[in-house]
Design a protein around this ligand. Structure first.
Ligand SMILES: NC(=O)c1ccc[n+]([C@@H]2O[C@H](COP(=O)([O-])OP(=O)(O)OC[C@H]3O[C@@H](n4cnc5c(N)ncnc54)[C@H](O)[C@@H]3O)[C@@H](O)[C@H]2O)c1
Length: 314
């Protein structure tokens, strides 16, 4: 993968560019933003860190969407972030109209690319992008669960004092208050987390994970989270770029898996050169199934609010 484009050179886009460049996940990294000079300035700033951070990735920033031409992956981080007190769904209308324009640009200039959606509400926007492109679902997916799982793993580390190195957490479902933290797959070097912490502590970890984005937003007030979201983007890009085939929670289009059709939700998926190569279907417990269904209902509610469109590529 020699060229990646990030559309939206705001906080998340900038931080993602830093990680992607630092890890040399592509030769050419393009940033695009509608704000005049924003992408160019950001690209130059990161480029000037290259001698210190030791990377050879070349960065360029533009306002012209044509600059995405030849990209193998387009990451969409453009859109309104929420403000304190707002839910991710509150930014739906604005972000759908921004996304539609970007998807049309991708269809025009980078029709062979893969599309990773990050802008919120990410499940609904991933669904929208998939419908609008008409592409195979392997090429259109979103980031949410890698971040939520990293948050959960961080809270497990804070509660136990153990190294994050050994902690694995898994959060599925929609990226919202109805996300589904999968406690039985949360382990410390293979040992279930409930071996180390009691039920009230697990509940506290789950609740903090659900409110992870809101907690940061409430503290910072004028910015939502971007460091961990950017690291999550880089982890997914790395798995695709290096064909590592990591099993990562990925906002994926479900076509019968988990009893769901025609919806985008976070499920474990294999990420490799072919994009979202395969969904891993788990047998859910009754309790998990209830949470998953509640989560899918919340995503469907937002999908029902989407303005009508003629799917361009279908
Ligand atoms: N999925 C996740 O886990 C996750 C995590 C954090 C943030 N987000 C979402 O990512 C998005 C960006 O967050 P942020 O904090 O970087 O916001 P930000 O305001 O810092 O940046 C958004 C950028 O998008 C640009 N933009 C707007 N319309 C555009 C267009 N048509 N083309 C190109 N650029 C355009 C803006 O000029 C701005 O620079 C938000 O929707 C936020 O909710 C998602």
């Amino acid at each position: 993968m020699s060229k990646i484009t990030i559309v939206g050179a705001g906080r998340v886009g900038e931080a993602a560019a830093q990680f992607i460049a630092k890890e040399e996940l592509c030769r050419e990294l393009v940033l695009i933003d509608v704000r005049d000079g924003a992408a160019a300035g950001t690209a130059l700033d990161i480029q000037e860190s290259a001698p210190l951070m030791h990377f050879d990735t070349k960065l360029q920033g533009y306002t012209d969407p044509q600059a995405m031409e030849g990209s193998e992956l387009v990451v969409v981080t453009a859109g309104l972030p929420r403000k304190p007190g707002m839910s991710r769904s509150d930014v739906l209308d604005t972000n759908v109209s921004i996304l539609d324009v970007i998807v049309d640009d991708v269809l025009k200039h980078a029709a062979d690319a893969m599309l990773m959606i990050v802008s919120n509400p990410v499940d609904v926007l991933t669904y929208r992008a998939w419908r609008r492109t008409g592409w195979d679902r392997t090429r259109v997916f979103g980031q949410a669960g890698v971040l939520d799982s990293s948050r959960m793993a961080s809270f497990v580390a804070l509660e136990t004092g153990f190294s994050v190195e050994d902690i694995h957490a898994m959060v599925l479902g929609g990226h919202g208050d109805s996300m589904v933290p999968m406690t039985r797959f949360t382990t410390i070097n293979g040992i279930s987390v409930d071996h180390f912490v009691d039920a009230p502590t697990i509940e506290r970890i789950i609740e903090r994970t659900r409110q992870g984005g809101a907690e940061i937003l409430a503290l910072k007030k004028n910015s939502s989270a971007y460091g961990a979201p950017a690291a999550a983007i880089a982890a997914m890009v790395s798995s695709i770029r290096m064909n590592r085939k990591r099993v990562l929670p990925t906002v994926s289009i479900l076509q019968g898996e988990y009893g769901q059709h025609d919806i985008a939700m976070g499920v474990p998926a294999v990420l490799g050169r072919g994009g979202m190569e395969r969904i891993v279907e788990l047998v859910l417990t009754e309790e998990e199934q209830v949470m998953f269904s509640r989560s899918s209902a919340a995503v469907r509610e937002d999908i029902a609010r989407l303005p009508a469109q003629q799917p361009v590529g279908l």
